[in-house]
Design a protein around this ligand. Sequence first.
Ligand code: F0G
Length: 445
Amino acid sequence: MTVPTSTARLRCIACGSTPDSAAQDFRCVRCGDLLEFFFPEWVFDPATLKSLWLNRKTSRNPLDQSGVWRFRELLPHIPEEHAITLREGNTPLYQLPRCARIVGLDMLQAKHQGMNPTASFKDTGMTFAASSAHQGGFRWVACASTGNTSASMAAYAARGNMHSLVLIPEGKISWGKLSQSLDYGALTCQLRTDFDGCVRILNELVRQKPVCLLNSVNPYRIEGQKTAAIELLEQLGWEPPDHIIVPGGNLGNSSAIGKSLLEMRELKLISRLPKLSIIQAQGANPFYRSVREFGGTKLEPMTADTMATAIRIGNPASWKKALRVLQVTGGEVEQVTEVEIAAAKAEIGSDGVGCEPASAVTLAGLKILTQRGFVKPGESVVLILTGHLLKDPDFTIKFHRGDLFAGTPGENAARQTRPLQRAPVVLEADLGAVIAALDTAERNS
Ligand code: F0G
């Protein structure tokens, strides 16, 4: 079965101009806003696409084995010889029965994007953007990151024989993520600033040096990340859930998932849109404030602070794209506290799934959305878990030892999370001591 490749065009999201190619910083040369791809000639038979994608699951072609490239009809065309793939995507959709009970829903599902090759959702966008850099003949690729983008970029650059430059805020990313970028061979620069400061320097750098910018302002990233939603809908038998809930940091992921939903509806792959809601940490909530205080008319950058370091972002690049998604799908934006994030993370762990702190804002936000009646008990909800539990073991260990909030404003509120804590028990190497611990645990269970 063959389906023609699509012609993709670039368009500015603000002034609508349609340049033939993008500048080094991927911003509109006329007005400075972000670019996105659109597909003017799209005509597909939805049933043909669905069966083509399904058939590829049994193929031995590496591109068909990728959960991103499998859906290449809906992506701009990149010749196969430039494709860099680690067989990303193909992530599981899990039931979370304990979490469902906690929030009072009949059923709750989570799509775990932490089950990607470098253990975060970034791989779906990175396979595609790194491939486009390869096609462009770049020797160097670069990003500013809170840790996951850099880990992913370093891996894909290495696979594609390109050099990578990582700019990360010193002391503000987890060791797991930092160690990945070192092992994959990136030039890793820890800058004495925050994520937003790293972005500023990188934007200057790409104007002076021939490096390809791989942050999510690069529209190829958004295209690759679209496939998470296509794969999700395929897993649901093309029956849209009522709600999809995502964490919001730089707001690339929510933009990508929203774009994908709109395109799937346009192509009649689905008949209705889920509501896409975005959750931020209270200490890093510029988008929440933009929507709630200014009706989305402007976004005031802030100095962000949260222990969910992946989303410690005060000036999100893709906020206008994300705003459009909220408006079109009828989703909500919420903010959650540090203690709520920690509790939700342990609850997701208690379902045997686990995730990193930034991903847990989804469950914490869902609790608020159900309390407010925005999400109703019989409705179907999918949380997008963006990163793996092992990305940030420090957070997890401190939480279970009861140290996470010591000396912080959350110290009092954190008392209510004690029943969720499972500190390790240190015992003599003695059978009797282990049996006593087992009996105590059994009595308390
Ligand atoms: N969850 C995780 C685990 C992340 O790493 C990020 C972003 C987000 C959620 C937020 O996604 O930015 O698309 O709204 N991490 C970036 C990074 C910024 O550099 O790794 P977003």
